[in-house]
Design a protein around this ligand. Sequence first.
Ligand code: GDP
Ligand code: MG
Length: 443
Amino acid sequence: AFEGLTERLQKAMRNLRGKGKVSESDLRKTMREIRLALLEADVNFSVVRKFVKTVQERAKGADVLEGLNPAQQIVKIVDEELTKTMGEEATPLNKSEKIPTVIMMAGLQGAGKTTTAGKLSLKLKNEKDARPLLIAADIYRPAAIDQLEQVGKEIDVPVFQKGTDVDPIEIVKQGMQVAKENHNDYVLIDTAGRLQIDEKLMDELKNIKELTHPDEILLVVDAMTGQNAVNTAEGFNDALDITGVVLTKLDGDTRGGAALSIREVTQKPIKFIGQGEKMDALDVFHPDRMASRILGMGDILSLIEKTQKDYDEKEAQKLTEKMQNNTFGFEDFLDQLNQIQKMGPLEDIMKMIPGMANNPALKNINMDPKDLEHIKAIIYSMTKEEKDNPDLLNPSRRRRIARGCGRPIQEVNRMIKQFNQMKTMMNKMSKGNMSGMENMLGN
Ligand code: GDP
Ligand code: MG
């Protein structure tokens, strides 16, 4: 996501790099480019205006123009203001004092309501030991009920449904009764959507709201729809006074407009983001992490969390030492590849490393899982000595390895070259002289 925006923001700020002093006109030029980058990313016009004004004022007020590292200070201001625009801090899900907590999903057709209802139920089950009940209140498409049943089965959460012939309000009423009898602590109501906001849909949603007094009305919007998502959010919020937003499909190639505008326009928090079709692809929305991601500084916090889950600390310590001493060999590389493969799609992982999102070196690294297998095959064809001592790999050894693994010699050469580049970069990073911000600015 955000590729275009990230690139343009970085470019806008790269102009300032290496300048001991930033002139008024440099700053104005940078601000103009930031403004265009945001508009092109489909950020709401008034959000852009306010953002640019604030950054500009802060940049002047902070004596950035006289500062030692003006470029870095401006990046920091932009990062902080992006965070503020998206709401500053993560906003937790509301919870009622008496069970059940009622969560009503709302949104246009295809936004991801049904999927998100499932994902959220699973999250509540896993993280709060909850016993949720899903209510199928979208009766307009028979497939919608089947879909929710499917979801319920997959995550082992009961679904209350009455087919398509009973009025949604009546279904919800009966579902609430069932939840009461079974002492479910959460009820998630999956409602119908339309292609566009219309009065009939809004009336139905208002009636469900009146009946259940939800603790949470989560508006689900598709991040891919940019400015439309923002207009939709405004419309739903006017009618229903929503309590929060779920931004879905952030795994896709979104331009960033929705993420950056919705909070400002509706004054309602984005609570979760959907990042895939699978049931575990729902994450708490952290404005600061999203800002770093938009700036291409990498979502290092997410990476650390993810790594901590899958990775032993001692191993990490050993690895850091090897990186520092520059004794990182192919055997370690192989370990890393295996670890990374366990963690998920390689592109996603690499993009979370600071400075990697738009690192040109990354563009040369092949991310196809098949290529990973080839890399492994090449390493398996090395002797132990060669793995520990990559410098030994002269042309004749490389030819032998190529024959051994059945890969072309060019591929072997390329892989070794990439390995050496990576090793150099890791060595630098491990010595702490390459923070995400510096790396991004290329200093
Ligand atoms: P609803 O009409 O609002 O209930 O939307 P659905 O839950 O049926 O979702 C519509 C489509 O979007 C389905 O194919 C989902 O798998 C897909 N979808 C939902 N959330 C995400 C997401 O976060 N990422 C991706 N890639 N697809 C999603
Ligand atoms: Mg649905």
